[in-house]
Design a protein around this ligand. Sequence first.
Ligand code: FCB
Length: 448
Amino acid sequence: MSKITFPRDFIWGSATASYQVEGAVNQDGRGESIWDRFSHTPGKVLNGDTGDVACDHYNRYKEDIRLMKELGLKGYRFSIAWPRIYPQGKGQVNQKGMDFYNSLVDELLKAGIEPIVTLYHWDLPQALQDIGGWDNRDVADYFAEYAFKMYNALGDRVKKWITHNEPWVVAFVGNAFGQHAPGYKDYALAVRITHHLLLSHAKAVQAYRQSGNDDGQIGITLNLTPVYPASDSPEDSEAVKFQDGFHNRWFLDPVFKGTYPEDMLTFYQEKYNAPMIRPGDMELIANNPVDFLGINYYTRSVVKKGKKDSFDSVEYVRPEGKYTEMGWEVYPQGLYDLLMRVHRDYNAPNIYITENGAAFKDDKVVDGMVDDQDRLDYLKSHFEAAYRAIQDGVNLKGYYVWSFMDNFEWAYGYSKRFGIVYVDYETLKRTPKKSALWYRDVIIENGF
Ligand code: FCB
């Protein structure tokens, strides 16, 4: 392929999340999060791994930012640990936690790296889980209070905010599949939670507009997955419609149209008597539009009609192809299709890829080098897909590779490495992989 050049001002960045990299869980007054509780519960995380130390980013952020600068990153997406700011979820602010994010932001700006901040990347204060977590509507208000506090503290320097990371995962993986904190297996609960998450999102957007930060942008990050049928039978296209409703439309519709999709709403209400929508909720959601959409893309889904009495009568099929260590098919065309769809059906304003990347098996340091050609190829093919979408009219403004460094991969602990920087978990030494060095050149050239 001949050289491709991205639009001027395209933001090339990378991403992490607080619980996955910070460690220092008992330092400087941080409160307990649901992920501390969950990872310390035997049997929940592979090998009993926890985020207690992780990459120790809390204490090594200066070194990490130096490395980001060397790699030429223009943007860094990180999340704030709510329990560092409010150890009890609400009430008394922990100034030391605030100081940390202040210094982190200053250090980034000094390095010429633009911060983009996620307010909720899954580490809910345990104290709020103790009063019901996201099933308790009050938590949506506490979230907006915490958000408002952060806008006031950092909004003079942070101009891009993300309310939630992947509400689908928060609701279903944490509360219906039981694989993430808090670990429940209750679909009705998960559906109720989706609504409270969307409500809390709207309240946090509203709080942003009220905070007087007129020159910044706020959005939400969704994990969207384009869905394809296993065959062209009418049953399979029905399965596609359901799966798309479950994963994508249930979140895209309220965020962009202020309503839930009728088919899914009927299904959830008949089956689970959920969500519980109170008067005014949908108006609040409709009246607080976003400035941008963040998309996390890893793979596609291919589905067929499945067993009738399963949750959704949908079964995944596994097409021939290349797969990552997560068992996710490498399918860059899906990113193109997804971007075009979001552009067409939702007229999404600015779009950022807030996560994209891959875990592969054989990362190891040999003579100071990590030869991760698979990851390099993965990123390259996805950048190409993104480029094509831009050519075809999608307003894609930036790309944050997941992840800046290897880290705590939730239920998989440290067994899955997504970083473009290798982390030796014994010594905590960082080594840029070949993909990071290649990425540096992409950034310099603004293309490849
Ligand atoms: C996403 C999460 C992120 C990371 C990647 C691999 O679902 O947002 O924290 O774990 O998956």
